[in-house]
Design a protein around this ligand. Structure first.
Ligand SMILES: Cc1cc2nc3c(=O)[nH]c(=O)nc-3n(C[C@H](O)[C@H](O)[C@H](O)COP(=O)(O)O)c2cc1C
Length: 172
C-alpha cells in the first residue's frame, strides 16, 4: 500500500504505545547498500533545535550500531499486528548471523528522503538523518538505572535523528 506524507505528530500515541509493546523496527543501511533491522523498545519523539527528532538508543554491541555509524541515517518503522512475531525475531537475533528480512520474506524499499530502507508492510515510517549523538555517561546515571539496565557495560549511544519525513498508509 502506498504511503503518503503526514505530519510527524500523526498517530504519535499509537507509535509510542507500540514502542513499549511489541517494539518498533529500526532499519539501517550502510553506504555500501547492505541493510539490517532490529527491534527497539526505547526512544522518544519531540522537537530539538527547532527540528522534529526521533531519538533512538542503540548499544554498541548491536550490529545495527555499525550501520548507523557508517551512514548516519535510519528509519523507524511502526509494525502492523501481522508483524508481531517478526518484531520478536528482530529483537532476539542479530543480523550478523541471519538476514532478518530474508528469513521472513519481508519486502523493503529505499526511503523517499534518506538512503536507508523502509519496511513495506509497516503502515507508518519515519525517515531520519542523524544530527547529533551522545553516549550514556555512567557517572551521571541513577544507580537504580545502572543496575537494571547496564551492569557496567554496553552503554547506549543516543542517536538524534531529525525526522525528514513521516509517511503513512491511508487509515493507518
Ligand atoms: C522489545 C525489544 C526492545 C528492544 N529495544 C532495544 C533498544 O531500544 N536498543 C537496543 O540497543 N536494543 C534493543 N533491543 C535488543 C535488540 O533488538 C537485539 O539485540 C537485536 O538482536 C539486535 O540486532 P542486530 O545485532 O542485528 O542489530 C530490544 C529487543 C526487544 C525484544
Amino acid at each position: 500500500m502506498e504511503r503518503t506524507r503526514v505530519p510527524f505528530t500523526f498517530q504519535l500515541d499509537k507509535t509510542l504505545s507500540l514502542l513499549s509493546n511489541p517494539g518498533l523496527l529500526l532499519a539501517s543501511t550502510k553506504r555500501s547498500g547492505a541493510s539490517n533491522v532490529m527491534t527497539i523498545g526505547w526512544g522518544t519523539v519531540g522537537i530539538i533545535w527547532g527540528r522534529p527528532c526521533f531519538v533512538v538508543l542503540v548499544r554498541p554491541s548491536r550490529y545495527t550500531y555499525e550501520f548507523i555509524e557508517d551512514s548516519k541515517v535510519f528509519t523507524v518503522n511502526v509494525p502492523s499486528e501481522a508483524l508481531r512475531e517478526w518484531v520478536g525475531f528482530c529483537g532476539s537475533r542479530s543480523g550478523r548471523t541471519v538476514d532478518k528480512f530474508a528469513a521472513y520474506n519481508i519486502s523493503i524499499s529505499r526511503g523517499q528522503l534518506v538512503e536507508a530502507v523502509t519496511i513495506d508492510a509497516c503502515p507508518i515510517v519515519y525517515e531520519c538523518r542523524v544530527i547529533h549523538y551522545n553516549d550514556v555517561i555512567p557517572a551521571h546515571l541513577d544507580p537504580a538505572v545502572e543496575a537494571t539496565s547496564y551492569g557496567g557495560k554496553d552503554y547506549h549511544r543516543l542517536y538524534y535523528g531529525e525526522i525528514l519525513g513521516t509517511f503513512a498508509v491511508p487509515g493507518a
